[in-house]
Write a protein that binds this ligand. Sequence first.
Ligand code: PRP
Ligand code: URA
Length: 242
Amino acid sequence: DSHKRAPSQSLGPEYRPDDLKPTATVSKEVSHSNVHILPQTPQLISLLTMIRDRNTNRADFIFYSNRIIRLLVEEGLNHLPCQPLTITTPVGRTYAGVKFEGKICGVSIMRAGEAMEQGLRDCCRSVRIGKILIQRDEETSKPRLFYEKLPEDIRDRWVLLLDPMLATGGSALMAVDVLISKGVPAEHILFLNLIASPEGAANFAQKYPKLRVVTAFVDQGLDEKNYIVPGLGDFGDRFYTM
Ligand code: PRP
Ligand code: URA
């Protein structure tokens, strides 16, 4: 598996000879069975390189993070239940395919998680989207819950929880606690995330081992301000205001 390679290894599909493969730092491995890391392809790494670069302007940051968000949504949808469905093609032959079943909704952790809503809507037309406003205290890094507005029947839905940054895990775990208090089973929650710290991923796996996390990258760690390193800085600031 390409994403199981150690950092700084060469990247690329197997048809490309080794001496033509670029090298790059790829995601750390994790041993938590509920954490799914996107395949570390040259495409994904080039998109991450763009959004990590401090010199990338806001328009490019939005464009390239949207492309990664789309990959996360597509992979997240693979975790939903599906049933066999055989159809007939225009030339009169049958094709044994599948159809997805089960109701879904999105829930974004404001503000940065709202940046992932469009990617979800692009794949799931008219999807219902709930909001939870959680802000990390800048001094203590502890999350505070300010507001939540969720679909009334959320307990009957699969929930795609959206937040691009998983640092200490405090914010996302608080959001999951809200969902569970509304009756959503942990195994019906898929947390879609761009960059996770190893600490955040471990905290999540320990508290909710059945809740699946789909992330593009597990980074090196956290700095003294609990920012992800090397990370990309403050996602919300770069997407909305910088
Ligand atoms: C950021 C980020 C996560 C959280 C991650 O949000 O979007 O929600 O911090 O940190 P944690 O895992 O240590 O809780 P922030 O509170 O800065 O608000 P924002 O979305 O308005 O930028
Ligand atoms: N929130 C961010 O936006 N970035 C981090 O590195 C940590 C929390």
